[in-house]
Design a protein around this ligand. Structure first.
Ligand code: SF4
Ligand code: ZN
Ligand code: ZN
Length: 321
């Protein structure tokens, strides 16, 4: 990862990684220290949580979620994992195995839910039954289940592994559309409100290359394969665009996102359409909602009544678009 013969900026030992955005190379120890400092800074700057809070970390088996779970546990936070089985063919089987291996290797507590076993549907079936894009059905399901698991388990904060590349790509998409409402809510921490738990993204100061390097150096085995539903996702195009800009002008990506958070987001605070009005308990599941049945329960009703749809069918349909 580093040019041969390059030296660590901090100790002059042989470097294992070059970080153009910091204009420096680092040995393994000093790179790991840099990652810890970046996560500490995000937690402190954005007032995410402290060591008295119980954290529920949403884990997928990929590098980012396992890296943040590892970083938080190493730093002494009370962090349990939460995994949702999405029923996306082999991808889901493998992702679950990676998460379970990681939790077992460190004796960590893992809470699991399986859409098919517990709710009678999976993401491909929900997409077909509700005529939604798979990522939309998946996102709705995951958000609901994270919130519910936090509420029922008495957790203070839901933590996700979104990194700087993810957040900068979403920001670029929102800026290209000048979607003020989304921009106003695109924050690294969202407070608890209306029965929904606090949410935090402590990896926003680290890139995906850096979280991959963290896993490599810490011996964390993660699922490299992306979800098959992610192909064609417009965030991937935005990531590639930002990577091209970053290559020509190192540190542009972090400046784009972090300066937005520091300088622009406060100006947009009043634009955030906070869920207002009549928030009450869903008649079926008890979750906060503004309608009789929450969107998740409506999805469960539709999807669980539909015959199972194999993942290949949904992928095939996407491929023909
Ligand atoms: Fe879910 Fe889409 Fe992510 Fe796959 S790519 S895990 S379907 S949100
Ligand atoms: Zn060093
Ligand atoms: Zn409900």
């Amino acid at each position: 990862m580093a040019t041969s013969g390059s030296k660590c900026r901090a100790c002059k030992a042989p470097a294992v990684i070059d970080l153009p955005r910091h204009n420096a190379n680092f040995c393994a120890d000093h790179f790991l220290q840099l990652c810890r400092r970046q996560v500490d800074k995000a937690i402190d700057d954005y007032d995410m949580f402290d060591r008295s809070d119980r954290l529920l970390v949403a884990v997928s088996g990929g590098k980012d979620s396992l890296a943040i779970w590892d970083l938080l546990v190493e730093a002494g936070y009370q962090a349990d994992g939460f995994y949702v089985g999405l029923g996306i063919g082999d991808y889901s089987d493998e992702s679950r195995a990676y998460v379970e291996r990681f939790a077992a290797s460190r004796s960590l507590h893992l809470v699991t839910v399986d859409l098919r076993d517990d709710y009678g549907y999976d993401v491909p079936t929900a997409a077909r039954a509700a005529k939604r894009k798979p990522c939309s059905a998946c996102g709705l399901s995951k958000r609901h289940l994270f919130d519910r698991a936090a509420r029922e388990g008495g957790y203070d904060v839901v933590v996700t592994g979104h990194n700087l590349d993810d957040e900068a790509a979403v920001l670029l998409g929102n800026v290209l559309r000048w979607d003020i409402e989304y921009l106003a809510r695109q924050l690294p921490v969202l407070p608890a409100a209306n029965g929904f738990p606090k949410k935090a993204k402590p990896l926003v100061r680290l890139t995906e290359r850096e979280t991959a390097a963290w896993c490599l150096l810490r011996g964390i085995d993660y699922l490299v394969e992306e979800c098959p539903m992610s192909s064609g996702n417009r965030h991937l195009h935005h990531k590639n665009t930002l990577n091209a800009i970053e290559q020509a002008s190192p540190s542009s990506k972090s400046a784009f996102y972090l300066n937005f958070i520091d300088k622009m987001a406060p100006l947009l605070a009043s634009q955030s359409a906070a869920a207002s009005g009549d928030v009450h308990d869903c008649e079926q599941c008890g979750s906060p909602t503004t309608t009789e049945l929450c969107a998740f329960c409506r999805l469960v009703d539709t999807a669980s009544a539909h015959e199972p749809v194999p993942v290949e069918l949904v992928l095939g349909r996407r491929g023909r678009r």
